[in-house]
Design a protein around this ligand. Structure first.
Ligand SMILES: Nc1ncnc2c1ncn2[C@@H]1O[C@H](COP(=O)(O)OP(=O)(O)OP(=O)(O)O)[C@@H](O)[C@H]1O
Length: 245
């Protein structure tokens, strides 16, 4: 197997003096989707922010074999790490086209790929992003990351709060995107995890409690219940159900 694109080794992260990521170690293979899972509040977003240097962290992070844990965030991003944060931030007063152009990092934007993945956005180029539906805004947010050639994408809960049909559209776009770039995906929807992820990393209380093939988790009701807090692996069920935020 080829070298992992990302190696996280004994990573810890703190927010306002509180340890929210504790001694986390895992690898992200150089292709496909790796899902970062766990109940609400276990530290998934904080793990991604620690990788990016957005919060105070210790431990090692290697991107394609090179340590990046001492680098400031902008240098990690420049090395080809794309981030799609949880709240699908778009510039609401700007058009879809303007949002995309602002995201372009160099003179080789992958506009054809983005147009192919998100045909809906092609028709809406001149529409103000603030007037789009939640699903369309999520697509703008993903498109802003995909327009650049990245080595790794970190995507945080892209289907959260979306209608089932839109969830399927976003999942299909992610599956297509994963053919061009490896993705570390935080996701609560078991249906989406099943459809996309080859590998899973499960956190609990800021620590890794399970890593392995996605099927080793998803075919095991007991593990699903224990790690994600749901009784049934039925399609479309949300892994956060029953948990308080
Ligand atoms: N800005 C912050 N200030 C203080 N505590 C924070 C902050 N952000 C996160 N935390 C705490 O850090 C812990 C981990 O939060 P994090 O958002 O990383 O979890 P998560 O697994 O991504 O959760 P969710 O599924 O709800 O998005 C939680 O206890 C949370 O309350």
């Amino acid at each position: 197997m080829s070298e992992p694109i990302l190696v996280v080794d004994r990573l810890s992260g703190r927010i306002a003096g509180q340890q929210v990521v504790e001694d986390v170690s895992f690898e992200v293979p150089a292709s496909g989707v790796t899902a970062l899972l766990g109940r609400n509040g276990v530290g998934k977003t904080s793990t991604i922010k620690s990788i990016l240097g957005l919060i105070e962290r210790t431990g090692e992070v290697r991107l394609a074999g090179t340590r990046v844990d001492r680098l400031p965030t902008h240098r990690i991003v420049q090395r080809g790490v794309g981030y799609v944060p949880e709240d699908r931030e778009v510039f609401g007063a700007l058009t879809v086209g303007e949002n995309l152009r602002l995201a372009e990092r160099d003179d080789r934007p992958r506009r054809e790929l983005v147009d192919r993945l998100f045909p809906d956005l092609v028709e809406r180029r001149a529409q103000r992003a603030g007037t789009l539906s939640g699903g369309q805004q999520q697509m703008v947010s993903l498109a802003r990351a995909l327009v650049n050639e990245n080595r790794l994408l970190l995507v945080d809960e892209p289907t959260k709060g979306l209608a089932p049909r839109i969830v399927d559209e976003v999942a299909a776009a992610l599956a297509e995107a994963a053919r061009t770039v490896p993705i570390l995906l935080v996701e609560q929807n078991l249906h989406v995890i099943r459809a996309l992820a080859e590998r899973v990393v499960v956190l609990s209380g800021g620590r890794v409690v399970f890593t392995g093939a996605a099927s080793d988790l998803l075919d095991d009701e007991d593990r699903i219940q224990r790690y994600l807090g749901v009784h049934d692996a039925a399609e479309g069920q949300n892994a956060s159900e029953g948990e308080s935020r």
